[in-house]
Write a protein of this length. Structure first.
Length: 190
């Protein structure tokens, strides 16, 4: 694990801005804490947390070439048209698999789905989804409140993060990915 961790640190320091580098560590730290509290593998949480944004250095046009010979995510055409930078999670999962030989499907799925979520998410997927939105470096109004909730009730915190993402997109008049709506509808119906 130590060698993999060192490889990841080196890659992140070479490819991410200092702010994004620090964010990745903050997400990993919170993910490990939430994993320990919820009976999940802390090393899986650490790896997913560190790698979730490892493709953030890519520009919109880079994603088109990147996905040319790879499996494209649901709603790929819409995302590439309206907000290609939001493909970074899916690209990061491929980097984790191809560069760092991550084989654990739950880790890869947690990385790929940390932006939009998906229906029927695993506990690790929810942990990364939450940690990305409420890690210590996130300073928006309810971040600390949701972070505290996550340490008590992961599922309630997940819904709060999902609501925050939806409100953020609408309040800022940004393009809304149908995948987020699919995620919301799945959990709202439960």
């Amino acid at each position: 694990m130590k060698n993999l961790e060192e490889e990841i640190f080196k890659y992140l320091s070479e490819h991410l801005s200092p702010k994004r580098f620090e964010h990745s560590f903050a997400v990993s730290k919170l993910a490990v804490e939430l994993a320990a509290k919820n009976g999940e593998n802390i090393y899986s949480a650490q790896t997913a947390g560190l790698l979730h944004d490892c493709a953030k250095f890519m520009q919109g046009k880079d994603f088109l070439g990147f996905f040319k010979n790879r499996t494209k995510p649901k709603y790929f055409n819409e995302i590439k048209k309206y907000a290609p930078e939001l493909l970074h999670g899916n690209a990061a999962a491929f980097i984790a698999k191809e560069k760092f030989a991550v084989k654990n499907k739950d880790i890869l799925s947690a990385i790929a789905n940390h932006t939009f979520g998906r229906e029927n998410m695993s506990k690790l997927e929810k942990i990364i989804f939450i940690a990305d939105s409420v890690s210590e470096d996130r300073k928006y109004k309810n971040a600390s409140k949701i972070r505290a909730l996550a340490k008590k009730d992961l599922d309630k915190a997940f819904v709060e993060v999902l609501k925050h993402k939806i409100y953020f997109v609408i309040n800022n008049e940004k393009w809304f990915c149908a995948q987020t709506l699919d995620t919301w509808n799945f959990y709202a119906a439960k």
